[in-house]
Write a protein that binds this ligand. Structure first.
Ligand SMILES: Nc1nc2c(c(=O)[nH]1)N[C@H]1C(S)=C(S)[C@@H](COP(=O)(O)OP(=O)(O)OC[C@H]3O[C@@H](n4cnc5c(=O)[nH]c(N)nc54)[C@H](O)[C@@H]3O)O[C@H]1N2
Ligand SMILES: Nc1nc2c(c(=O)[nH]1)N[C@H]1C(S)=C(S)[C@@H](COP(=O)(O)OP(=O)(O)OC[C@H]3O[C@@H](n4cnc5c(=O)[nH]c(N)nc54)[C@H](O)[C@@H]3O)O[C@H]1N2
Ligand code: SF4
Ligand SMILES: [Mo]
Length: 689
């Protein structure tokens, strides 16, 4: 069975081989299949991804909650119940009283259709998705600085060609493991590798210089790097003059900042800041990659902008071996943010507030532009509206929001207070458990469609096996549901490819232009980089060689303030807690916790704590501990390690219930992109007894 890994943004191609056992049963084994991104490699998650797809815990029939218990119902009853209950809420409280919540694991076709369903069938402005927590800071920074947001500006194969690499808040070794050989090859070629992370990871292990930054102070660190670069006169004046705007303001702003203050704020020595800046400035070619460590902050947008300032000032972009990478997270984190499941977006990265964009997409959908709702609110703000009862009904497709939202305790209360909740999932996730109706959906092995990987390369994933039980594709039941709102003729597709054909048209002429991409081409060419505006266009491998995507062709620099962490320590909450990922688990763990091989590698949540901090708070290695923040309390096991800063704790995000790190996290939102301040909370720790 030939398929594609459902997990991270590399989208490795897989062959699942079945081998007969003497008992007559089969055992399954996954092998990597050659492709340009992973070059045939698989990480441990890909090697075991078939286990959850084949799990006995799959939801195989529609379920309805009756007297507090789920019972099996027909698809007809499930869809009718959703239509009746959501319809009644809309009639009583208005169209916007229902919300839709999507995800970055969905295929482009399903994500596109979800956006169309919200706007054309439900007619609600409230739609957003889990990518808000993932790519919104880097995406908005790319749009503002370059005029376009496409994860990597260069091909992966250029990584080994670059002389200096800066990886900021990105743990490639655990989060995109099959890409590590590109970085190892770079090291063999003599690349100088700088990694910025508050703790030691598999990625910092290969660094030449590890800047152990204090969580939440990345913007200041980037300002420090640029300040030194300018003092050393390592900027590219010709590039700045010919290809950018705004440098003079940045230069003036940096003159007013002191490197000593930056060093104190960030916990990184002046000598290390100098060393890193000079290495990057002097290198002939250089690349900077950012991920959630730097982006999931109340100033995530500006922290990325500070790094983009550095790249632009050094003139290291738009050339072989020089560029920027926003390391996308989810399997379709890139495509999922292009085709309209975001509150302010229409397909092709068009904007719902732009009259021309509205007119164009309304034309494709055959409706009056005036019928299109306006802009809604971000994912966490939608959850706040459930608490205030402005949103009374919700449809969740491809996410587990009560585990993945910040301030998860309040989010759970909000979802519990809904008059009606429908969840489409393969499993009874923590969120699905709260639903009135659960729709059983197909997994990656059964559902065909396109996904766009971290390079901006659109890939076709064919179906590898039939749907189990009565599971259906997301787009199939969305069409049925739309018919209940009287929109059958606008949602009549018999195959994902027909939706893609419409998506091509809807994206035509937009920033994320897929018009030139067809299933046929994808089969032949094994992936095409967008923008691809016409069927004879080869796709865009390297961006910004001649110009940036703003109307004047120039990139935009912007002064960035040095900010302290969004919630700093005090005597009651004396430590900074950050969070992130472990190699064997994926996101809220709904899928990987159902894979015996993966879950055996990490069966419960842990907190990384420095030995001297552990001593101070009487924490023994391997003991249960209670962590408290202003939002709530979580209980996890301690893991004492000298790899982490003394003032910092690290707790992975893959567990729900009392082990959920998001019971602690801060829902303070970035003013530009509405990214929550996930990566830093002030906490207290004590032994659990
Ligand atoms: N194994 C695995 N792989 C995954 C995922 C998964 O759940 N599991 N999820 C996928 C998804 S959706 C995403 S978004 C990506 C995420 O990929 P990453 O962003 O690489 O993952 P994280 O572990 O969240 O954070 C990366 C690093 O940031 C560091 N960090 C924490 N706070 C700060 C800070 O304030 N500043 C800096 N500079 N660094 C900080 C953490 O210590 C961590 O090592 O991974 C994708 N791949
Ligand atoms: N503290 C903290 N919180 C975080 C983060 C962090 O770093 N720290 N990271 C954030 C990030 S980057 C992300 S991406 C979010 C992710 O947060 P979530 O979206 O909640 O993560 P998942 O666990 O992937 O949930 C996806 C759900 O959809 C189901 N699913 C998978 N494929 C399909 C499909 O094709 N159709 C349907 N209908 N369902 C499907 C899965 O079974 C699962 O239940 O979490 C965010 N939350
Ligand atoms: S999790 Fe990512 S790196 Fe690992 S096999 Fe899947 S797509 Fe590849
Ligand atoms: Mo993500």
């Amino acid at each position: 069975m030939s398929t594609q890994c459902p997990f991270c943004s590399v989208q490795c191609k897989i062959n699942v081989v079945s081998e007969p056992l003497p008992s007559g049963r089969f055992q399954y084994r996954a092998e990597g299949r050659m492709n340009a991104a992973s070059e045939g490699r698989l990480c441990v998650k890909g090697q075991n991804a078939h286990q959850h797809a084949m799990s006995r815990e799959r939801v195989l029939y529609p379920l309805a909650k009756k007297d507090g218990k789920f019972v099996r119902v027909s698809w007809e009853e499930a869809v009718s119940t959703i239509a009746e209950r959501m319809g009644a809420i809309q009639r009583e409280h208005g169209r916007d009283a229902v919300g839709v919540y999507g995800g970055g694991s969905l295929t482009n076709e399903s994500a596109y259709l979800l956006g169309k369903f919200a706007r054309v069938a439900l007619g609600t402005k409230y739609i957003d998705y889990n990518g808000r927590f993932c790519m919104s800071a880097a995406a908005s920074a790319g749009v503002k600085a370059f005029g376009i947001d496409r994860g990597l500006t260069n091909r992966l194969s250029e990584i080994p060609e670059t002389d200096c690499l800066i990886l900021v808040g990105t743990n490639i070794a655990e989060c995109q493991p099959t890409l590590m050989p590109y970085f190892n090859r770079a090291k063999e070629n003599g690349t100088y590798l700088i990694v910025v992370d508050p703790r030691e990871t598999g990625t910092t292990a290969i660094a030449d210089l590890h800047l152990k930054v204090r969580p939440g102070t990345d913007a200041a660190l980037a300002n420090g790097l640029l300040k030194v670069l300018l003092e050393e006169r390592l900027e590219d004046r010709a590039f700045l003059r010919e290809r950018t705007n705004g440098f003079a303001d940045v230069e003036a702003h940096l003159k007013g900042l002191s490197l000593q203050d930056i060093s104190e704020l960030t916990g990184v020595s002046e000598a290390s800041i100098r060393k890193a800046a000079i290495a990057y400035g002097r290198a002939r070619t250089g690349m900077v990659f950012t991920a959630r460590g730097v982006e999931q902050h109340r100033d995530g947008h500006m922290a990325v902008r500070a790094y983009l300032n550095l790249i632009l000032a050094a003139g290291k972009i738009g050339r072989p071996g020089s560029g920027y990478g926003a390391v996308t997270g989810q399997g379709n984190g890139q495509g999922g943010r292009e085709h309209g499941q975001k509150a302010d977006q229409l397909p092709g990265y068009r904007l719902i507030e732009n009259p021309e964009d509205r007119e164009y997409v309304a034309g494709v959908w055959g409706i009056d532009p005036a019928e299109l709702p306006g802009k809604g609110v971000s994912a966490y703000e939608m959850m706040e509206l459930t608490v205030s009862r402005d949103i009374r009904g919700m449809l969740v497709m491809g996410s587990n929001p009560i585990v993945s939202n910040p301030n998860a305790g309040v989010v759970e209360e909000g979802l519990k207070s809904l008059e009606f909740l429908a969840v489409a999932d393969m499993f009874l996730s923590e969120t699905a458990e709260l639903a009135d109706i659960v729709l059983p959906v197909t997994s990656y092995m059964e559902n065909a469609g396109t996904l766009t990987n971290l390079e901006g390369r659109v890939l076709l994933r064919e179906a590898a096996r039939p749907a189990p039980g009565e599971a259906r594709h997301d787009w199939q039941w969305l069409c049925d549901l739309a018919a209940r709102w009287g929109k059958r003729e606008k949602f009549s597709y018999s195959h994902a490819e027909e939706i893609f054909e419409e998506l091509r048209l809807a994206s035509k002429g937009g920033v994320a232009d897929y018009y030139g991409i067809t299933y046929e081409r994808l089969r032949q060419e094994e992936g095409i980089y967008w923008p691809c505006p016409s069927p004879d266009h080869p796709g865009s491998q390297r961006l910004f060689e001649e110009s940036f995507a703003h109307p004047d062709g120039r990139a935009q620099l912007l002064p960035v303030d040095n900010l302290p962490p969004g919630e700093d320590v005090d005597p009651e909450y004396p430590l900074l807690m950050t969070n992130g990922r472990l190699l064997p688990h994926y996101l809220t763990g709904v899928q990987t916790r159902r894979s015996p091989s993966l879950t055996a590698r990490a069966i419960e949540n842990v907190v990384e704590i420095h030995p001297s901090t552990a001593r101070r708070y009487r924490i023994e290695d391997g003991a249960l501990v209670r962590i408290r923040s202003r939002r709530g309390t979580a209980v996890v096991r301690s893991k004492v390690t000298s790899g982490i800063r003394e003032d910092t704790l690290f707790v992975p995000m893959h567990w729900g219930g009392i082990q959920n790190v998001n019971l602690l996290t801060n829902p303070l939102l970035d003013p530009v992109c509405r990214m929550p301040d996930f990566k830093v909370s002030a906490v207290a720790i004590e032994p659990w007894s």
